[in-house]
Each structure stands twice: as C-alpha cells, then as structure tokens.
Design a protein around this ligand. Structure first.
Ligand SMILES: *Cc1c(COP(=O)(O)O)cnc(C)c1O
Length: 417
C-alpha cells in the first residue's frame, strides 16, 4: 500500500473504512453508511464535524491570510489566542509557545525545563521524572518521558530514560494511604536525585493512551509541594485532558494546582488542524531572559501559531464558553455512569468514568478482537486501546446517540463466551 498507516502492521492490515464527509457526530462513509464517532477522531473533534461557526471563521481567515512565519512577524489570531489561553488555564501560566502537534508541544516543554536550570546556573538538572503508564507522544524525548510500551519498544536501546514512578492506585477517591505510598516514592527519589532532575511530567488525573487510568487529585497536590521544595519543574501534559474532557476545563482544576509548564493540543483546534501550545509561568519564562541567544529558547516550528489554527482554536474556546459545555459534559458523564451500571460481565475487570470519558477494562485484549467491525456494523466508530474499550465522544452528542454507542459496547460484552 502506498499510504502508510499509524500503529499498524501493514502486512496484514484490514482495509480501513473510507470516510467521505463528517457532519456533527457522524462519519459518512464512501459506501453510504454513517457511523457515530464515539472517540472524536483521537479525542480532538469536540464540536463534531463540519461545525458551521468554525467553518465560517476558517473561511474568513483563509481569505485574510492562511499562513505566516512567526519569526519576526505577528498577527492578531496568535496574540488573541495567547491571551485567551492565559486567561482560561490555571493561574500563573502567563506565557504561550505554539507548535504544531502534541508531541512537539511536549518536546518544547521538556526543552524549556532542561534549559531553564542551565540558564539560571544550576548545572546537571537534566533528567525527567514521569509516571508508569504515561504517554506523552511519539517523538524521541516524548518517548523517553513515556512508559515503556508498544509505542517505544523498538527504540528502548537508544532512549535515555530518566526516572519512572508509580501513580497512586485506588482511582479518583483513593484512600489517603494509597496516595501516600505513591508520594513517598517521589519523596525518596527527590531526596536522593533532585540535583539531577529537571522536571516531573505527567498527565493529570487520567492517563489516557496508557489505559484510561484515573488517579487521585490529592497526588497532584502533594507532588506540587514536593516539586516546589526540591526545585523540580512540574509539567502537566493536558494534550488529552484539556478543554473539558474530564469535566473541568482543564484536569489541573480537579486538584486546584498550577503546574510550571502545561501542554495542550488535540482538542485545542477542535480536530480541524494540527496544533499545540506549551504554556509557562513567569518564573520559567524569566529564566530565558538575557542579553543574547545563549539563554533564548531556540525552537521554532515552521507552522507555529498558524493563523488558521489560532482562529479555529479561538472559535472553539468561544463555543465551549458560550454554550456551557462544562454542564453538557456533566450530563454526558451522568449518562455514561448510569449506562455502565447495566453492563456486567465476568469479562470485565474494571469500569472507569470521568467527564466525557468512559472506559471498560476487559480481562484481556483477546476478547475485543473483532469489536471494531462489529461496532461499525452497528453504526458506531470505536477503537479499543489494547484491553480498554472506551468512548470519548464529541461533546455535541445527543442522549440517544450516546445510548447507541454504549449499547454497542454492552451488546458486544453480553455475547462474549
Ligand atoms: C496524543 C497525546 C500526545 C501527542 O500528541 P500528538 O498531537 O499526537 O503529537 C501527547 N500527550 C498526550 C497526553 C496525548 O494524549
């Protein structure tokens, strides 16, 4: 095949479904069928496909200017989006660096953290701490920060890993003893190695690609304190969790914690264009000020702050705010919780729900073989990650559509033998 697909053994890949158009939550296939997209095209298409207001904003911008280099030039969509992101993200994140994908946004965050310590004269603080099950993207430094998995296994011999620590067990409402065990591991690590550590990067509240694993906000509060005490920069990777997915505009809000650096992507541009933003607090930003290039952030993706991407992001945020999306997401959560109660089976190990995310952990991945095709036959597009059967629908999904998506999951599980 000429077209090389992601995360696939091309030798035996099934022919993928061909999509002709998208409208609202529906993917219209070339063969005439329509499927409800239960996973928002990798969690990005939060307003559904072909949203009239977003389309109109983009058409207007494309007639104005489609692209500009940010080197030496600026434009209103970029400054307006930077202002907006500073306004809506956790307090203290006052500076925005744009890039073109979540992985690159993570690279920028890690470069910021490592160079920050060098710039202020603390040599040797270069290592990264991250969480088991974490996923931060597919580029090299992002792979180093991610847990060992199918995504990284081909490169283990060339990855210079830092430290991996265990997130707390017990879910969102974990017993404090469980949180304490995980915090103590970090305390022990910092006590011994803080002078080598630049940053602690994690996905706050829920680790998505790593298996939809939810953990206690208490952990984030404790880690924030430890990071401050031991001079370790705290990075929240909100590429998956940002823009309402967990029921708060950003997952950091569950803990009331502001990181030093935060990365957003995916839903930033509502699935229209590849873009990401790395936000930093003023302490980090000030660490890059000086008289020459030596302390400057020497990074500049060609398409950073692309005017179309900034325009679509601004419109998306406006829609989230104007239409009370956070309460819509609370409704979605309620429905998922209720419907999941009806799904019981010896093949289920655990179910987890937060915001507009519902995940069913099966006993193994084998019981999901063939699920994709089954779901498509029932009019639903879902794509399990390993043994995790999950939905992350567009926020505009109607109740009956949501019931259809969850119903397909239930039907499949019911018929397992
Ligand atoms: C998807 C994802 C990334 C990578 O983003 P890309 O746009 O695919 O490069 C990074 N971090 C998290 C948490 C993600 O879910």
């Amino acid at each position: 095949m000429k077209l090389w697909f992601p995360y696939k053994q091309m030798q035996n890949m099934e022919v993928p479904l061909e999509v002709d158009s998208g409208r609202g939550v529906y993917l219209n296939l070339s063969d005439g069928r329509s499927l409800i997209d239960g996973i928002s095209s990798w969690w990005a298409v939060i307003h559904g496909y072909s949203h009239p207001e977003i389309n109109a904003a983009l058409k207007q911008q494309v007639d104005q200017v489609a692209h500009l280099m940010l080197g030496g030039l600026s434009h209103k969509p970029a400054t307006a989006l930077a202002d907006k992101l500073c306004e809506i993200t956790p307090i203290g994140l006052n500076h925005v660096f744009f890039s073109d994908s979540g992985s690159v946004g993570v690279e920028v965050a890690l470069k910021m953290a490592i160079q920050f310590w060098k710039n202020i004269g603390k040599v040797g603080k270069t290592k990264i701490v991250s969480l088991k099950n974490g996923y931060h993207g597919d580029t090299f430094k992002a792979m180093e920060a991610s847990d060992d998995s199918d995504f990284t296994s081909a490169f283990e011999t060339v990855l210079h890993r830092g430290f991996l620590v265990q997130p707390p067990d017990g879910g969102y409402y974990a017993h404090e003893k469980l949180v304490e065990i995980a915090v103590n591991e970090v305390l022990a690590l910092f006590t011994k190695h803080a002078n080598e550590i630049a940053c602690f990067i994690l996905e706050p509240i829920i680790q998505c690609a790593g298996g939809m694993i939810i953990y206690s906000p208490e952990y984030l509060r404790a880690i924030k304190k430890l990071c401050e005490k031991y001079e370790v920069l705290l990075i929240f990777d909100e590429v998956a969790t940002g823009f309402g997915r967990t029921g708060k505009l950003f997952a950091a809000e569950h803990a009331g914690v502001s990181p030093d650096i935060m990365v957003v992507g995916k839903a930033l541009t509502a699935g229209y264009l590849g873009h990401a933003a790395t936000l930093a607090n003023t302490m980090v930003y000030n660490g890059f000020l000086g008289r020459n290039y030596e302390t400057a952030l020497m990074h500049g993706p060609t398409f950073m702050a692309n005017p179309l991407a900034c325009t679509v992001a601004l419109k998306s945020i406006e829609l989230i705010q104007k239409h009370g999306y956070i309460s819509k997401i609370a409704e979605i959560e309620k429905i998922i919780v209720e419907e999941f109660k009806k799904i019981t089976s010896p093949f289920i190990k655990d179910t987890r729900v937060i915001g507009a995310i519902g995940a069913i952990e099966m006993v193994n991945a084998e019981v999901l073989i063939g699920f994709n095709n089954y779901a498509a036959e029932q009019g639903v597009w879902l794509r399990p990650i390993g043994k995790i059967l999950y939905l992350m629908p567009p926020y505009v999904i109607e109740k009956n559509e949501l019931l259809q998506v969850i119903g397909v999951m239930n039907q499949w599980i019911k018929h397992l033998k």
